[in-house]
Ligand binder design. Structure first.
Ligand code: SF4
Length: 311
């Protein structure tokens, strides 16, 4: 059983990606309505060694040694909260690069700590950084991302712009649109103006694809989405997970399934593809986990998503 390593998961932006959770608990500076990991338990901007870097790296080394069959596209720092809150972030990135120099390191972030010179410096050794910024309108930011009081979205935008200027790796930006909250014309205009001034490699305009912590998916109308895509001159980027190679069939490991659905709700098909599992065996393992009340099913848009949250 790994505490910090989970997956691999299939990511539309990063392909087959092994997750490294730098928080393990729900610790974040935001408590987004749409969060896939459930409600935030500790809302903070204080950095701390929420996960010991040496133990994280030791786990990774063991996982890599045991799973030579996986061809990973990325190792991704993320998990149950905001990874930049871990004060060992810089050490963990350099440590991963020592263990698996051939695999790019990606970091997911909500951008809130990019105002810190220290955090921006620690991120310089990553290969890909995926900052999100859903809105530049303060009222929308408070309603959607529910930040720690005092966090100023305009300051975050300045930190993000600075980071994009300094960083030599690739920046994949993400804007998640929720109908009636941040899909406004005012946000679109401010976002377009902001994006015109910064350098980035990819922009994903996304919508909720899984049940969120506080709301079910509220997808903007097609007309609204098209307006955003046109104004920001981006098509929705191709789904990289579709290009993932099939894996040799793995022995079903209930703990691996549990660790994976703890971080994000997934369907049976998504789990099989990401972990290389036989469908019938995986379905049987999910049933046992359900009977043991370790996971539950959320029905959304005619699909069953498995999650450990609320079990
Ligand atoms: S979606 Fe990301 S930023 Fe928002 S609460 Fe969840 S972990 Fe934090």
């Amino acid at each position: 059983m790994y505490r910090y390593i989970f997956g691999p998961v299939l990511s539309s932006r990063l392909g087959r990606s092994l997750g490294v959770d730098l928080l393990v608990e729900r610790i974040c500076s935001y408590d987004c309505l749409y969060c896939e990991s459930g409600p935030t338990l500790l809302k903070t901007l204080t950095r701390s060694e929420y996960a010991d870097p040496e133990i994280v790296l030791e786990e990774l080394e063991i996982w890599i040694g045991r799973h030579p069959e996986y061809e990973l596209d990325h190792i991704t720092l993320g998990g149950e909260g905001e990874p930049c809150l871990n004060s060992g972030l810089g050490r963990i990135i350099t440590g991963i690069k020592d263990i698996v120099p051939q695999t790019p390191v990606a970091v997911l972030t909500n951008s809130s700590l990019l105002t810190s010179t220290q955090v921006r410096t620690e991120l310089m050794n990553a290969d890909v950084v995926l900052p999100s910024m859903d809105t530049l309108i303060t009222e929308e930011f408070i309603r959607l991302n529910r930040p720690l009081p005092g966090i100023d979205i305009q300051e975050i935008a300045k930190g993000l712009a600075l980071f994009c200027r300094e960083f030599c790796g690739r920046v994949f930006l993400e804007i998640l649109l929720v109908r009636g909250i941040n899909d406004s014309i005012e946000n679109l205009e401010k976002t377009a103006e902001f994006l015109n001034q910064i350098k980035y490699d990819r922009l994903d305009i996304t919508c909720m694809s899984r049940p969120g912590a506080h709301i079910q998916p509220a997808i903007p109308r097609d007309q609204t989405l098209n307006r955003w895509k046109k104004a920001l001159k981006k098509d929705l980027s191709p789904d990289k997970s579709a290009q993932c190679r099939e894996l040799p069939v793995e022995k079903v490991d209930k703990q691996a399934i549990l660790a994976s659905v703890q971080r994000r709700p997934q369907t049976l098909e998504q789990l099989c593809l990401a972990l290389g599992l036989d469908r019938e065996e995986a379905a049987a393992a999910l049933n046992i986990l359900k009977q043991e009340r370790l996971i539950r099913v959320i029905r959304d848009r005619e699909q069953n998503f498995y999650t450990s949250k609320g079990s």
